[in-house]
Ligand binder design. Structure first.
Ligand code: CMP
Length: 139
């Protein structure tokens, strides 16, 4: 089915000037970037976005990292966009990511792993709504 998913190009990637290279990977996979903006999160925003992880030992490290530099938030649209995006990203831990994936090519560590992508339709809808208004989604 035609789906939308939510993506973040993380601080380690924007800092190394990889925004275009990563966006190209999405487009090459047939994902259409239907919304995109570069922002820098406040700590409160990062904590709210990653609220499901608040009891994890890496929550402090994760939220501090996510506010350390600008990020690029995007909405990707395509057939099976959620699964397709996860395939293009590769495994969370770059040491386990398949050849040719974004995380294999660019990620530095499990924390500084260059991209975030929604894991299911419900989270995709929530994450898109967290960052974008309907007016900003131009299919
Ligand atoms: P993401 O898809 O953005 O969602 C939660 C993030 O937590 C995940 O990607 C990882 O980058 C990060 N994460 C997971 N495990 C660890 C860990 N052990 N140490 C630091 N960050 C982690």
């Amino acid at each position: 089915a035609l789906e939308r998913t939510f993506s973040i190009i993380k601080p380690d990637a924007t800092k190394r000037n990889l925004t275009g290279a990563i966006a190209a990977k999405f487009e090459e996979a047939g994902l259409r970037i239907v919304a995109s903006k570069r922002i820098q999160l406040t700590l409160a925003q990062a904590q709210a976005f990653y609220g499901v992880h608040k009891d994890r030992p890496f929550f402090g490290e994760l939220t501090e990292f996510m506010i350390s530099e600008p990020i690029v938030v995007q909405v990707l649209e395509g057939e099976n966009a959620i699964a397709k995006n996860r395939e293009v990203m590769g495994a969370t831990n770059p040491a386990e990511a398949a050849e040719g994936t974004i995380r294999k090519e660019y990620a530095l560590s499990i924390g500084e792993n260059s991209v975030h992508g929604s894991d299911a339709p419900e989270t995709a809808a929530e994450e898109i709504a967290f960052f974008f208004s309907g007016l900003e989604l131009v299919g």
